[in-house]
Design a protein around this ligand. Structure first.
Ligand SMILES: NC(=O)CC[C@H](N)C(=O)O
Length: 414
């Protein structure tokens, strides 16, 4: 369908090297820029590229051959009315960089090529780049901004000219407000919960991956999803558990969510309420508990990161995608009673926290694993054990009218 194997493209890292390759995605007269990050995952490019946490980022895939199994349907739904293959309704990252683009693809789920997906989503894609060289630079220099030039008339730009361009920096923006649902929606579980009564979970959407919702409803929870800035402290008492999702950007931009969580942590009537957070959700919970987050040199993005469970002393292999991290020292002697739960065995960075007595824990890695190994799905089971042990203090109040399940949409509101 496309014949742009010879369409030249430039990938330039701000104040760093320039790579000349070919464009196999969206071609534009404009220069496209963002934060350059690399992932060492071997599979799962459709899941990564549709993960809202990658908003504003240019993903460099170190797996040299990308595109060989095509792209599955971006609209097909499963039995819960959730997207079957994608982690959100859109291709979320700013652009992609690969070594070798596979012009031919084959897979039973494939509906289109990676090129077709990128072109119709207006996402630039550059092939023919020495991605090993890119990673060597980023590991020394740290994550940095970069740009892509696909305009044929601009292929002679010098690195001085490229450095003089203005680069978009996603770290400066509250991207959670861009990707999160705009108003509440509701997913009814059609699975029998293991304990008879169907629990009701409140999911705080900061840019949730579709599989996080699936991990909840497939275990039997009716799930109400609310935007990141919804005043959850006022409605937490109506639910059997709170869940805080993943999401893009610097966690410090989500001050509303942090403040709301702080109120919940301090509420005497909610001391037994189960809470679970993943990635950005972990960072927000930690910030609410008085911890500190910082930007990592180049982040952890991979599907095989060894992590130690400090309670069982077992090593688990985890799926990760983050550029910020909770400072471990800020978890020591935590005034809310939290302690470190998991630690990264590659770089010793924090991978989770757990409360000493309350049913609250969170992880920096991704137990929902799309893509990635499912070693840590037991954490969703532990969350459900907490939910089943929790007996809500009976309250005679009724649910606010904007959260009555029957009147809510059944998919995210964008
Ligand atoms: N996957 C995520 O939730 C990422 C969290 C946060 N945006 C980070 O990069 O650290």
């Amino acid at each position: 369908m496309f014949d742009n194997e010879n369409h030249k493209a430039i990938f330039h890292i701000q104040n760093g090297p320039t790579f000349k390759g070919y464009s196999f995605g969206h071609n534009t007269n404009e220069v496209v820029s963002g934060e350059v990050v690399f992932t060492t995952s071997l599979v799962g490019y459709p899941e990564s590229m549709s993960d809202p946490s990658y908003k504003g980022q240019i993903i460099v895939f170190t797996q040299p051959l990308i595109g060989n199994y095509g792209v599955p349907s971006s609209v097909e739904k499963d039995e819960f009315n959730l997207l079957k293959f994608m982690e959100s309704t859109k291709l979320q990252c700013k652009a992609i960089i690969v070594s070798d683009y596979a012009w031919e693809y084959s897979h039973w789920t494939a509906k289109e090529s990676l090129q077709e997906w990128c072109v119709r989503s207006n996402v630039p894609a550059v092939g023919g780049v020495d991605t090993r060289e890119v990673v060597k630079f980023l590991r020394e220099q740290g994550s940095t901004l970069g740009c892509i030039v696909t305009d044929s008339a601009k292929q002679d730009m010098t690195s001085e000219e490229l450095n003089a361009l203005s680069f978009y920096n996603p770290g400066l923006e509250n991207l959670v407000s861009v990707v999160a649902t705009k108003s509440p929606y509701y997913i009814k579980s059609i699975t029998e919960s293991k304990i008879g009564a169907t629990p009701n979970v409140l999911l705080v959407d900061c840019g949730s991956k579709e599989n996080i919702v699936r991990c909840l409803v497939s275990r039997g929870a009716n799930t109400t999803v609310v935007p990141y800035n919804y005043p959850i402290q006022n409605i937490a008492k109506f639910y059997d558990g709170i869940f805080i999702s993943n999401g893009p950007g610097d966690p410090k931009h989500c001050t509303v969510t942090i403040d709301n969580l702080k109120t919940i942590l301090n509420d005497k009537d909610l001391q037994d309420l189960p809470i679970f957070g993943i990635c950005l959700g972990h960072q927000l919970l930690c910030l609410a508990a008085g911890c500190v987050t910082e930007k990592m040199k180049y982040g952890n993005r991979a599907h095989n990161i060894p992590t130690l469970d400090l309670i069982t002393q077992q090593c688990i292999i985890t799926s990760q995608n983050h550029g910020y991290v909770v400072s471990t020292s800020s978890l020591v002697d935590n005034k809310f009673g939290f302690k470190e739960y998991f630690v990264n065995l590659n770089d010793n960075s924090n991978e989770g926290m757990i409360h000493e007595t309350r049913p609250i824990f969170s992880t920096q890695f991704h137990p929902e694993a799309k893509g990635g190994p499912q070693d840590t799905s037991y954490l969703f089971d532990n969350y459900f054990k907490n939910i089943f042990n929790y007996t809500k203090k009976s309250n005679s109040e009724t649910l606010p009218s904007d959260l009555v399940p029957e009147s809510l949409p059944t998919e995210r509101v964008l």
